[in-house]
Ligand binder design. Structure first.
Ligand SMILES: [Zn+2]
Length: 174
C-alpha cells in the first residue's frame, strides 16, 4: 500500500478483531497534530501493521506493529537526533471508558487497553502509541554533552609558545 493514512480513516474495531483483518500502510509523522508539536520538521513516515485477533480468554483485540525514526532535539546538546521506534503492542478493545477502567492492569501480559468502537480512528490510535513510545527526555545515546563541555574546562590553560612553534615545525615537515 503506497497511500498514506488519512485523519479520516476509521475501522470497526470489532469487525477487525473478529475477521482477523490486517491493515498495513504508512502515515506521515507530521500529519499527526499532537506528534507534530513534539518533533522536528520532517518528511519521515511511520510504517504500521495492525492485525485483528481474539485472545484465548475471548476478548477482542489487535496487535499493532510500528516502525519509525522520529526526529527529536537532544536535551543535552540541543542538536537533532533520531529516535527509532520498533514496537509490537498487543491491544485489548474495551467497549467504553468504564470497561477500560475496570480491566485490571496485568504487568505480565503487557497488554494495553484501547476503547474500541465501531469507528476507531486509526491515525489517532497510532499517534497515541507513538507519543507513548517517545522518551520523556530525549538524549543522544552517546556522550554528546561531554564534547561540548570539554573545551571550556581546558580554556584556562596557558599556551606555551614553544609548543606552538613545535606544532608549526611539525606541519612544515608534512
Ligand atoms: Zn546530544
Amino acid at each position: 500500500m503506497s497511500e498514506y493514512l488519512k485523519s479520516t480513516d476509521y475501522v470497526n474495531a470489532y469487525d477487525l478483531a473478529r475477521d482477523r483483518r490486517v491493515i498495513s500502510g504508512k502515515v506521515r509523522l507530521t500529519d499527526m497534530p499532537r506528534l507534530r508539536e513534539e518533533i522536528c520538521p520532517t518528511d519521515a513516515e511511520c510504517v504500521f501493521e495492525i492485525k485483528g485477533m481474539t485472545a484465548k480468554k475471548g476478548w477482542p483485540g489487535a496487535v499493532m506493529t510500528l516502525a519509525a525514526k522520529v526526529p527529536l532535539i537532544c536535551n543535552h546538546c540541543g542538536k537533532p537526533m533520531e529516535f527509532p521506534i520498533e514496537s509490537d503492542v498487543l491491544f485489548r478493545f474495551a467497549r467504553d471508558e468504564k470497561e477500560a477502567d475496570s480491566i485490571p492492569i496485568d504487568d505480565e501480559d503487557d497488554t494495553e487497553v484501547v476503547v474500541g468502537s465501531e469507528k476507531l480512528n486509526l491515525m489517532e490510535w497510532i499517534e497515541e502509541e507513538i507519543l507513548l513510545s517517545l522518551p520523556y527526555v530525549p538524549v543522544h545515546d552517546y556522550a554528546c554533552k561531554s564534547d561540548i563541555e570539554a573545551p571550556k574546562q581546558e580554556e584556562p590553560k596557558k599556551e606555551n609558545p614553544f609548543a606552538k612553534l613545535k606544532d608549526l615545525q611539525g606541519l612544515r615537515k608534512n
